[in-house]
Design a protein around this ligand. Structure first.
Ligand code: CUA
Length: 343
């Protein structure tokens, strides 16, 4: 019995346990990142979180039970031949397979299925009176955000009145994307030619990161957006500001910036309401300066990043459809000055 092979076998369970502990430590590191699925800030996210913990609890219980059987079997194997009547042992074995392998798993799966269906039904319930509808269209790789009937259009940033359920109409202009604000709700696909409805509600004012949760090409990872939940009166003020056309340039440098915008092809893709720029391939820039990020959450919106983005968008977001501009330093300064005036 005491040969090297059996010594290796003795260490095998220990090796497996160490491996599992190591894996759980490594995977546990993932929970550090934001946004956090485990910090629900809305009713739907709370329901999903509860379901997750139920499934996790049941999975853990099954895992521990199976591991107990495995350890028991390992321990029993070391003893001499099984005592007792071989025929009786066979009958007990078959019973164990029927109960442990068929009946009990079927019950567990039915219960988890029931919990899942119950949560799905709660999440899909249509609301009686949605005051606000927001239409979101996915593009490679940014989000167009339209407030229908309000003449307000923005990108990569969704303002919501806090404590109010808002209805979303989600679609895509190119490939399939997926709309996900982990702290507020689960995922919903944006599919070309189809409009899916969704709803979000934030209980507390704050900024909640959203992301694309369906691989959609090279810059899928830089397809982020921010949900900004604010008190209702602040939301109304924001919406009123967004309805306004762009402020007209009042000084020479900003006027030069607008001229460059129109002359250098920017207006082929971007719209600035109140000017001749009416492109619809890229984000509407009417109130660009009021936004918190550039390049769909790639970098924060400040003068340095804005100049860097216009000069070389591919340095920040390789594969972006925005072409590199060949502007002189002076022209770039004027253009940035104008863009920064678009509050
Ligand atoms: Cu859009 Cu991934």
């Amino acid at each position: 019995m005491n040969n090297p092979a059996s010594a290796r076998n003795d260490r095998l369970p220990l090796f497996i346990i160490v491996l599992l502990l190591l894996a759980s430590c490594l995977l546990g590191g993932c929970t550090e990142s934001t946004p956090a699925v485990f910090w629900p800030q809305g009713e739907a996210a709370r329901e999903i979180n509860t379901l997750w913990w139920i499934l996790f609890g049941m999975g853990t219980a099954v895992y521990l039970l199976v591991m107990a059987f495995v350890l028991f079997a390992l321990f029993r194997r070391r003893q001499a031949d099984l005592p007792g009547d071989p025929q009786k042992n066979g009958v007990n074995g078959r019973r164990l397979i029927w109960f442990g392998g068929v009946i009990i798993p079927a019950i567990i799966l039915a219960v988890t299925y029931g919990f899942t269906l119950d949560t799905m039904r709660d999440l899909r319930l249509p609301s009686a009176d949605n005051r606000l509808v927001i239409k979101v269209t996915g593009y490679q790789w940014w989000w167009e955000v339209v407030y229908p009937g309000e003449n307000a259009i923005t990108a990569n940033e969704i303002y919501l009145p806090v404590g109010e359920e808002v209805l979303f109409e989600l679609t895509s202009a190119d490939v399939i994307h997926s709309f996900w604000v982990p702290e507020l709700h689960g995922k919903m696909d944006l599919i070309p030619g189809i409009t899916n409805t969704w709803k979000l509600q934030a209980d507390e004012p704050g900024e909640y990161w959203g992301l694309c949760a369906e691989f959609c090409g090279m810059q899928h990872a830089k397809m982020l957006f921010l949900v900004v939940a604010v008190p209702p009166e602040e939301f109304d003020a924001w919406l009123e500001a967004q309805r306004q056309p762009a402020v007209a340039p009042t000084a020479a440098p900003t006027q030069a910036g607008l001229d460059i915008f129109l002359a250098e092809g920017c207006a082929e893709c971007h719209a600035i309401r109140g000017t001749a720029a009416a492109g619809d391939l890229g984000p509407d820039l009417t109130h660009l300066a009021s936004r918190l990020t550039l390049g769909a959450g790639s970098v924060s919106n400040n003068r340095g990043n804005l100049a860097g983005w216009i000069a070389d968008p591919h340095g920040i977001k390789p594969g972006s459809l925005m072409p590199t501009s060949g502007l002189s330093g002076q022209a770039l300064q004027s253009l940035v000055a104008y863009m920064e005036s678009l509050e």
